[in-house]
Structures are given as C-alpha cells and as structure tokens.
Design a protein around this ligand. Sequence first.
Ligand code: PMV
Length: 359
Amino acid sequence: MNTAEFIPKIRSEKIEEIGFTWQTPSNIALVKYWGKSDPQLPKNASISFTLNNCHTITTIDFSIQESAPCADFDLFFEGKEKEEFKPKIAGFFKRVEVYCPYILDYKMVINSENSFPHSSGIASSASGLSAIAMCLMRLEQALNPRLTEVYIIKKASFLARLGSGSASRSIEGPLVVWGKHPKIAGSSDLFGVQFPYKVHPVFQNYQDAILLVDKGEKQVSSTLGHNLMHKHPFAENRFKQANENLSKMSEILQNGHLEEFIGLVESEALTLHAMMLTSAPYFILMKPNTLEIIHKIWEFRAAENSNICFTLDAGANVHVLYPFSEKEKVNRFIESELANYCQKKQYILDAVGFGAKKG
Ligand code: PMV
C-alpha cells in the first residue's frame, strides 16, 4: 500500500501565525463499513451520501513554537475547554504525525462546534475529524503553495480516515466510496473518492430526515463494534456481501431503480444491526421506537405508493431517505406521525451535500 505520496518531501519556511476555519458534514452510509484492520483499513468497501445540514465547524489557530515531541494543542468545544475529548484527538495527531510532521512546530488552538445538538446520537466523529483534517491540509498548503487541490482533498480524506474510517467519506460529496472495489474506478482503502459515474437525476437532492429516537451516549463505541467483527462467525460472508452490494448499488445509482435502491439500503441497515445481534458479546442497538418507526415507514410506503425508506447507523436513530419530489408529502408524515416516536419529538431535516466548505 503506497502511503509515501502522503509524506511531505520538503520542509519549507515556517509561518509565525496562521488560522483556518473549515466546515465539514456528517455522512450516511448506503452500503455499510463495519470491520477493519490496522491502520484503519476497511474490510469491505462502503458508499455514503454526504449530508448538508449536519456538520462541524472547526477553526485551528497555529502559532509557531519550539518543535515539541508530540502535538501540543488546546481543545474547545462550543466555547468550552474539553479535556475529555483530548485523548482521541491526541491519538489522531500521533497517527498523522509522520504525514504532517509540521504540526509539531506549532501550538494549535482548536475551536469546534456542531450544527446538530450535542449527544443527539448523531456520530460527530466523521464531521469532526474531517474538519480537523481540512485545517491541517490548509496549513500544509500554506507551507507548500505548489500542492494541487486534488492532492489536498485526497490527503485530507486520507488523514480523516486515520481518525475515523467513515470520516474519509466526509470531505467530498454527494456520494463517496471508501475501500478498494473492482467496479469503482480509482477506489482505495486509503481514502474516499467521489462516486465516479453519472448518477441518475432521481438521486439529486435526495432527502434524509434524521429521527432522534435515542439521544444517549453510544451503547457500543465504534472501536469496540469494529473489533467484534474479528471473531464474528459471519464476518467473511458479510464482507463479501457488502462488496457485492456495492456493485449492485453502483448500478442502481446510475439507472435510478428506486425499488431496488430501497431494498438494498434497508437490507444493509438491518444487516449492520444483525452483525451486532450475533456478535459476542451481543448488542441490541435498536429501541422499541426504532421498530415502530420502521413499521410506520413500511405502511406509509405501501399506502401512498411512496419511495420512502430507512437506514440506520450503529444506534437507535433512524435516517429516513426519500426523493426530493416527495419532500412535502413525507415531511408532513414525519411531523404528524414519526415525530411522536422521537425523544422530545426531535428530528433533523437534511439532504445530500457536497462536502467540505471554507468557513
Ligand atoms: O467511522 P467509524 O469507525 O465511526 O465507523 C462507523 C461505521 C458506521 O457508521 C456504522 C457505518 C458506516 O459505514 O458509516
């Protein structure tokens, strides 16, 4: 695996002080990544819709100092210093140090905030780590202005992946593949790439309403969850199936067959949860209201001849996916029916987005 291209070749003039602000979104996988090997390499390829409204905005102010043995940073989340978030970010900096040796020359002050409510059960690692990765790459570009935009985006995804696998899919949009796959030109285990084929117009501006069924702390951390796949009795078949599903999804995204899209997306969500139901130890991450919502969605789909469907992350919240043409009808259904199964009736209306934006 060739990671040498991500190690800077030149050590340039240092800059006294500089700061960058980047906004990067969350994403929702259509074909799921669950299972990895070191260093953060996926056991199967995955594809996601990049979201738009659920994002993190991060500013990093860099000021030069004597080179330190490890990254030196302060971390503020929503204006407050967050010591408890620091170990994860310190681990991330350690992992990217060889690719970004310049970070050791700076004191970094990181200010971050999410557009979605804190501990809403929405994974913030994808948006959070991709935002930091973008800020690091802008510093690298300031130090070496010859870097191309293509390289910056690719390396930002590469760095983000080392923080959280799914974060590699949050730099670009609207559809990103991560993981080497024979049917996806240019795909890699090292970074995410934009889905390289023409997408059917029905998927333009696709809608995602995130229903906040359970806003508590994650019951199973991603690290623990991925590790459960190491000795999982169904792991090898699952990885094979996911890669086959990505081939199918690639066709569907091009031909616009929504019925097949719905079948595949829902099956992927339930399979992800099936992996957790059948691991040792086992977990049930759905709540009774998750199931209530799924059944309501199925009833609505049949009664209204709708293309609404659901997907799930590793938690109880439900992502409701539907074409833009059904937005009004489905939003009314969510407000009048599905919101009743959400904590404090909370949900977030989102849609596909286009990735990192300068803040
Ligand atoms: O990026 P991680 O390590 O938090 O893993 C996330 C995995 C899922 O969100 C459950 C699925 C996916 O592909 O995003």
